[in-house]
Design a protein around this ligand. Structure first.
Ligand code: PLP
Length: 465
């Protein structure tokens, strides 16, 4: 019985870990890796988590560099979160969201609205980030149908973007390779340039690059006609694209153009909300913008429960109420919309963020960025960039040309393998390593993380010699 339990949890026992990996190889389809493969070794199995650490199937303890997928914001093994899930499940584990409601979802919506910028006042809950983006887009379609503008549906998105894995959300993705083997609703999406200053045209300064992006935005709208464009969707900081920080002032200028053209500005804060940039939402507090909708997920429960949502502007809802079709139905809902357990966990998670973690994240962020920046001393590193507690180390073939390394050099994967040996999980993205640890990370732990990453990159440079 104990052996079975161990196998179920992968709890640090190497043999049980190997069993779990074998079983996975036979039966599990993993996200992203090729053709259903799984990580072939017990090191791919994560058996336990505690604070900023995880333990793999070989019993090796690692710093959780990516905090799961940018989501374990308050850290692993928070007893108060586990307890609230248990208590809520014992009180009410589920209610149908169609014609009943529960108190945690209402209270959470109130607290989210308190933190949201501008007049964002209402929350629609989903099961994660993709369904949040999908919901925002379907809401835009509904909104324009009710307003008698059924032709106003195109969506503007950018290179480097990642907005999810459901069909319409995935159609917005702009990362290289995301679309090589996959289809999408291309007739609904207009792609714009990536706002990546590191990859701006040679010889152009960042201010001129911002002007170029803004001009492109205006020109495409003029070309297509604002009457055909329903929304712009953008991450304030492009996360999975490589922690891409747009040039100063760019987001405010894009926001203004959207307002002037009656195009909804949807800020995808699935990564940046709930503390990653030191605030509950980054759109207002960090970038000074007031979107029409904000999508969120991940950090809302620190990954303890699958929950996401969209915060929607009062103005949009009021317009719908005053339309000629006040009884029009937003025929959209998920079985787990407003899940009481998810919302109860999110409420407790928000308490923890407000009481201790947000202030800590703001305090350590400059240290985190400064320590990582020292890695630019290494010849393989083209740039270290980031904000708050998210950063990216981008490796290049040579610094002058900034040419990316060839895929067959597998730099990210090599760095990850070396760092794993040394006690750090990194998230490799082709030639980049993304770092976004739990927000509770201390200065000493940041030192450990950076020392391991430095050594992992140095060993990779040796490999490539
Ligand atoms: N939007 C952004 C900005 C994301 O980074 C992600 C996931 O990483 C998503 C949406 C999709 O979220 P999920 O994986 O929860 O569906």
């Amino acid at each position: 019985m104990a052996a079975v339990r161990q196998a179920r949890t992968g709890g640090g026992d190497a043999e049980a870990g190997q069993d779990a990996v074998e079983t996975a190889r036979r039966h599990l389809v993993q996200p992203w890796p090729m053709a259903g493969s799984v990580g072939a070794e017990a090191r791919a199995l994560i058996g336990e988590g505690d604070g900023i650490y995880i333990t793999d199937g070989n019993g090796k303890r690692l710093i959780d560099g990516p905090a799961g997928m940018w989501c374990i914001n308050v850290g692993h093994r928070r007893e108060e979160l586990a307890k609230v899930m248990y208590d809520q499940a014992m009180q009410l584990s589920y209610n149908t969201p169609w014609y009943t409601m529960n108190a945690p979802s209402a209270e959470l919506a109130r607290r989210i609205a308190d933190h949201a910028p501008g007049d964002l006042s209402h929350v629609f809950y989903t099961t994660g980030g993709s369904s949040a983006v999908e919901t925002a887009l379907r809401f835009m379609q509904f909104y324009n149908n009710v307003r008698g503008r059924p032709e106003k549906k195109l969506i503007l998105s950018r290179g480097g973007a990642y907005h999810g894995s459901t069909y319409l959300a995935a159609s917005l993705n702009g990362r290289p390779r995301d679309r090589d083997w996959m289809d999408g609703a291309d007739d609904l999406v207009v792609k714009l340039s990536s706002p990546d200053p590191f990859r701006r045209p040679k010889g152009m300064d960042v201010a001129a690059f911002a002007d170029m992006l803004v001009a492109e935005f205006r020109d495409r709208i003029a070309e297509i006609g604002a009457e055909r464009i329903g929304a712009f969707v953008g991450e304030p900081v492009q996360a999975s694209g490589g922690v891409i920080l747009p040039p100063d002032g760019y987001l405010k200028r894009i926001r203004a153009i959207c307002r002037d053209n009656d195009i909804l500005f949807i800020s995808d804060e699935v990564v940046t909300a709930f503390g990653r940039l030191g605030h509950v939402f980054a759109s207002g507090e960090v970038f000074g913008i007031d979107p029409d909708m904000i999508t969120f997920a991940k950090g809302v429960t620190s990954g303890y429960f699958p929950l996401g949502g969209v915060v929607i502007s009062e103005r949009l809802l009021e317009e719908l109420r005053r339309s000629n079709h006040p009884d029009a139905m937003f025929a959209h809902g998920l079985t787990y919309t407003s899940h009481p357990v998810g919302c109860a966990v999110a409420l407790k998670n928000l308490d923890i963020l407000e009481d201790e973690v947000l202030a800590h994240a703001r305090a350590v962020a400059p240290y985190f960025q400064a320590r990582l920046k020292t890695l630019e001393e290494l010849p393989l590193v083209g740039e270290v960039r980031g904000l708050g507690l998210m950063a990216c180390v981008e490796c290049v073939a040579d610094r002058e040309s900034k040419n990316p390394l060839q895929l067959d050099r597998a730099v990210g994967v090599r760095i990850d393998a070396h760092c794993h040996e040394l006690g750090l999980l990194v998230r490799p993205l082709i030639n980049m390593c993304v770092m976004s640890p739990p927000l509770t990370i201390s200065r000493e732990q940041i030192d450990d993380m950076v020392a391991i990453l430095r050594e992992g990159i140095s060993r990779t440079m040796e490999d490539l010699r």
